[in-house]
Design a protein around this ligand. Sequence first.
Ligand code: FAD
Length: 436
Amino acid sequence: PPAIMWFRRDLRLSDHPALLAAADSGEVLPLFVLDDRLLGPAGEPRKHFLYDCLRALDHDLGGRLHIAHGDPVKVVPEIARKLGAGSVHVSADTGPYGRERDEQVRTALGDIDFVRTGSPYAVTPGRVRKQDGEPYRVFTPFRRAWLDHGWRKPAKSGVDSARWTTLKGGRKIPAGKSELPAGERAALQVWADFRDGALADYDAGRDRPDRNGTSYLSAYLRWGCVHPRTLLADLGPGNETFRSELAWREFYADVLWHQPRTARENYDRKFDKFEHDSGRTAQRRFEAWCEGRTGYPVVDAGMRQLLAENWMHNRVRMIVASFLVKDLHVPWWWGARHFMRNLIDGDLASNQHNWQWVAGCGTDAAPYFRIFNPITQGEKFDPNGDYVRKYVPELRGVQGKAVHKLDKLPGEYPAPIVDHADERRVSLERYDAIRT
Ligand code: FAD
C-alpha cells in the first residue's frame, strides 16, 4: 500500500530520513495540513514565509503536494483511509503541542502505522543525558555531551527513489508575500553564501549588527528547509563558535522536551515571586518598546528592525529583551509574545528560553545583576552608529557614534522613557528580595 509523507517542520527533499523511510514503502503521497491551532498565534510574517516555503516544496514535487486544512487528528486518518495508506511517515515533532497531537494521530490511525524518523535536530531532544540519566541544566556540559553523541551523516538524496502519488480534493496553498526567498533551494543558497563568505570571520562579525556577519538561516531552520546536519557536515575545526550556536538551538529544544511547562513558566521557580510591573504605566512603556520609541537608540533601532524585517540581530535581541525586563520591569513573556508574533524565525524553544536567559530565570542563569547598559552596548557593538541610523530615520542627521549620546539627539527623536541608572537600582532591589 502507498505511504503518506506528512511534512511539518521539514519542508525539503534532501537529507530527509523520514522521506527515505516513506519512499521504501513504494508510492508516497506528500501531505501538509494547515492547522489553525498552529497558524492562529503564528503572526503574519511567519505564516507568509510558511506559505512561500510550501509553494517552493510543491514546485519541487512537480505540483503534487496535497494540502489539507483542519485538525490533523481528524484529517490525517481520513486522508490515510481514502488513499488506502499502510503508513504515515513524519519527522518527530518534539514541542509540547506537536507531541500531544502526534500521540492522538497515532491512536486515531488504528492499524495504519505511524512512523517517526529523525527530527529537526542533529540529535533528537531527550537523547543527550548525564551519566545518571538526568537531563543537562547547563549549556556547556550539554554541548560537550552533544558533540560526543554525534549524528548521522547527511543522507545524499531523498527523492530519487520515491514514486509520488496524488489525491483529489486538496486545498490551494494560501498566497504568501514573504520578502525572504523561501524554500530548500533558497536555504541552500543562503548557506553556501555564508559558508564561503562571512563564516570565516564569524567569531568577530557575529556580534556586530551593523554588518552582515551571521548566516540568516534561522527562518529556514525553523521550517526545516535545511537540516542542521547539512550545515554541521560542512564545518571544520575552526568553526567552533558557529557549531556552538547550533548547539544552543539543540539545547533549548532538549530543555523544552524535558520540561514542556517552561514554554510558559519560569525555568527557575524562584522567579515566580519576582515583582513585575503590569499596570497602566507598564502597558504604556511596553507599547513604546514595541514601536521603537523608548528614546534609547539601539533599543529603538532593534524594535524597528523587527517591525520592518521581521528579524532582529541576536546581539540586539539581547539588548532589547534586557531593556524590557530590567529597565521597564515588564514580564518577559509579554516581550516573548511580541517576538513570536513578529519574528519570521519565531520558535517556541529558542524564543522562550532565550528570553528567560536574559531575564535571569532560565537555564544557565545569566547572573541577574549583570544588567546591560543600553548606551554602552550600542557604543560597543554599533561603534559608528550605522545600525541605528539605518532603522531610526530621525537620527540620520547625527554623525558617527554621536547617535548613542542621549544629550546630542535632535528634538524629533523621543526623550528616554526611563532613566537607566534608576531602573537598574529598582531591578537589583527586586532581585535581592527573591534571592534567598
Ligand atoms: P547565526 O548567528 O547565523 O546562528 C546560526 C543558527 O544558530 C541560527 O539560525 C539559530 O538556529 C542558532 N542560534 C544562534 N543563536 C542562538 C541562540 N541564542 N539560541 C538558539 N539558537 C541559536 N532564534 C530563533 O531561531 N527563533 C527565535 O524565536 C529566537 N528568539 C530569540 C529571542 C531572544 C530574546 C534572543 C536573545 C534570541 C533569540 N533567538 C531566536 C536566537 C538568535 O537570536 C537567532 O537564532 C539568530 O539571531 C538568528 O540569526 P542567524 O540565523 O543569522 O544566526
